[in-house]
Design a protein. Structure first.
Length: 328
């Protein structure tokens, strides 16, 4: 059963660790550069996630046995490592993007490794279906990552990173309501680290002329990979609707609306607020629809689990089945 207080503790611990690391590292360096700020954000996110998942006691297997394990033990560390490499000034821009895009197109294959989708069983995909599905998913991640990175460079600020936190929160709630509680819980420490790191980095950027233009591409990259991974796991290893997953994945792209001539040169706080509102609108619709589906399909099952210990065992076995992976 969900434990909201435990999730809040995990988020608080992750946020505190992430913020302290960013603040301490930037304050310890008299002439901090944007490269150092970006490196501080990577370290803050990484350690914040370790602490957050430790508090929530999210048990992960090694070697990984399901999509969520592979997401947290392979995909997220790879994203952190690539952003760390890409942040060094002497690394050519094309090399950085080659690494990012290579990761993007391989993430779907990594997460589905060993699942029934790629098996030779009658329930698995044909080679054509597998190739098409993996290509489409990889292309979606490449497109969202590229567009948001371009937007964050064209219009620097904290709003893009904060806008990414909204669909991550929505993803956690909808995946839980879709029946995959463990998959939804994974969203909360990630949400906390991204928000805390963004706020801390923004505060530090205001105190230094060299950091005045807030740019932390690592936050955007890790946020996009995290959002995609959560939705992918929820869709293929849970009962998350494809429509809901696509709506949440694409919602941050609504930030680009503020690039029209009438809005682009408005005050930064107004542009940032508008971006958050634009992203929040479709997410509220998704949450309302997911809650309606939950009340209709899942709430009666949860009512039975509270009344019967045998039902609790049944729900645990269903969750384990979802974690293994099966076509929906």
């Amino acid at each position: 059963m969900p434990e909201p207080l435990l999730y809040l503790k995990a988020m608080g611990a992750a946020a505190i660790v992430s913020a302290i690391i960013v603040l301490a590292m930037v304050l310890a360096r008299r002439h901090a550069s944007t490269t150092w700020l970006n490196f501080s954000c990577i370290l803050g996110i990484g350690l914040g996630l370790v602490v957050g998942y430790g508090v929530v006691s999210l048990r992960l297997a090694w070697p990984p046995v399901n999509g969520l394990d592979r997401f947290l033990t392979i995909t997220v560390p790879l994203a952190l490592s690539i952003e760390l490499i890409a942040g060094f000034p002497n690394v050519p821009r094309w090399v950085a993007w080659l690494l990012r895009m290579s990761l993007a197109v391989t993430i779907p294959r990594i997460l589905l490794h060993g699942s029934v989708y790629l098996s030779d069983s009658p329930e698995g995909w044909t080679p054509g279906q597998a190739g098409m599905s993996l290509a489409v998913c990889g292309a979606l991640l490449v497109g969202v990552w590229s567009l948001l990175s371009w937007l964050s460079q064209r219009s620097p600020g904290a709003s893009i990173s904060l806008a990414l936190s909204l669909p991550i929160l929505c993803a956690g709630l909808t995946v839980m309501m879709a029946g995959y509680i463990k998959g939804g819980v994974a969203a909360f420490p990630l949400l906390a680290t991204l928000v805390a790191t963004t706020v801390a980095a923004r505060l530090m950027s205001k105190r230094s002329v060299a950091l005045n233009n807030f740019r932390a591409p690592a936050i955007v990259g890790i946020g996009v990979v995290g959002l995609f991974g959560l939705l992918f796991v929820g869709r293929f290893f849970g009962r998350l609707s494809t429509d809901y997953a696509l709506a949440m994945l694409l919602s941050p792209l609504l930030c680009s609306v503020t690039e029209i001539t009438q809005l682009r040169h408005r005050k930064p706080w107004l542009v940032g607020t508008l971006r958050l509102v634009l992203v929040a609108i479709p997410l509220l619709v998704v949450l309302a629809a997911a809650k309606r589906d939950f009340d209709r399909k899942m709430a009666p099952l949860l009512g039975n689990t509270q009344a019967s210990p045998q039902s609790n065992s049944l729900m645990d076995s269903r969750s384990s089945t979802n974690a293994i992976g099966r076509p929906l």
